[in-house]
Design a protein around this ligand. Structure first.
Ligand code: NDP
Length: 310
């Protein structure tokens, strides 16, 4: 059994920032980077909205830089996932996938969230070549082009509105005959001239020689008047929700109905003393690299204060 003052689970901007702060506070943190070291940002091409990079920065490079920065101060960053936790009493026992048990005085959970995809083979085929699940990250590359957003909730409407300010035309592909989004968002989308809503449409595939050039849709799937429709697009944005990576914590911590971890309002604390949350796993609203990094900093500061008061 290994012992640490601070175990960090997850390695996106939240986890790495927590590791920088915790190691500089002499907590000698151990960090498990999870299945996708670096998190969601390693899936994007260029990050242009993180302060401090006037020319933008490659998402992978930024994550490698953050890791290097944390290691410089002594963080022990390991590849692999924590697969089981026991938060019944302190110190908390967390088990890694290779069977290592870590006994931790504090735990910072920064396991992130994963965007949901439709599950089409073409989404994988065109990943990074026209398929994106982050309009704020990638919208800029579609200036004066035509894009489609899939989904009918607030995220889809917000993404469609954002993209309509950049792109020539935005299709909103909605599987139901109505939007699920709040009334105010619905109204904004309806009023925007360059957004066309395709109700009762499902995407069944994408096509294109060099990246996405169009999507195959089915209108009124399963009905007598079912019809195949192709649309020409340059970008295909998923906005059908995110799934926080919180399964192993649900036995111990409260989540909302989607699975986002609940924190004590305005703090990174949870209902269990010494267990903190940071980043997208506890943030259904902002989900940005910079807000995740900020919350990682807060969690590490709280972990340090918690240990000091012990
Ligand atoms: P939601 O779960 O609210 O909406 C998901 C949308 O995606 C629904 O329209 C759903 O369709 C559709 N969808 C799901 N799976 C598929 C599929 N396989 N094929 C096609 N369509 C699919 O997620 P959001 O991310 O939009 O929102 C999450 C939460 O965050 C909500 O509570 C929302 O209100 C909130 N939010 C608030 C914002 C704001 O206030 N500004 C901005 C963004 C989010 P269907 O309706 O048929 O189920």
């Amino acid at each position: 059994m290994e012992h640490t003052k601070c175990l960090i689970i997850g390695s996106g901007p939240a986890g790495y920032t927590a590791a920088i702060y915790a190691s500089r506070a002499n907590l000698s943190p151990i960090e498990y980077s999870g299945m996708q070291p670096g998190g969601q940002l390693t899936q994007t091409t260029e990050v242009e909205n993180f302060p401090g990079y006037p020319q933008g920065v490659d998402g992978n490079q930024m994550m490698m830089d953050l890791r290097e920065q944390a290691e410089r101060f002594g963080a022990d960053i390991r590849d692999g996932s924590i697969v089981k936790v026991d938060f019944s009493k302190a110190p908390y026992i967390c088990t890694a996938e290779d069977g290592t048990d870590i006994e931790a005085d504090t735990v910072i959970i920064a396991t992130g969230a994963s965007a949901k995809y439709l599950g089409l083979d073409d989404e994988r085929k065109y990943n990074g070549q026209g398929v994106s699940a982050c309009a704020t990250c990638d919208g800029f590359f579609y200036r004066k082009k035509t894009v489609a957003v899939v989904g009918g909730g607030d995220t889809a409407c917000e993404d469609a509105l954002y993209l309509s300010g950049l792109a020539k035309k935005v299709y909103l592909i909605v599987r139901k005959p109505f939007l699920r989004a709040s009334k105010v968002m619905q109204q904004r989308v309806m009023e925007r001239e360059n957004i066309e809503i395709l109700f009762e449409h499902n995407t069944i595939g994408l096509f294109g020689e060099n990246g996405v050039e169009g999507a195959h849709l089915v209108k009124r799937k399963g009905e007598a008047d079912e019809k195949l429709v192709d649309i020409a697009i340059d970008g295909f944005f998923l906005a059908i929700g995110h799934q926080p990576n919180t399964e192993i914590f649900k036995e111990w911590l409260d989540t909302d109905e989607v699975g986002y971890l609940k924190k004590i309002d305005g703090t990174p604390k949870t209902k269990i003393p010494g267990i903190f949350v940071a980043g997208d796993c506890a943030d259904p609203v902002y989900r940005q690299a910079i807000s995740a990094a900020g919350s990682g900093c807060q969690a590490a500061i709280e972990a340090e204060r918690f240990l000091m008061n012990q």
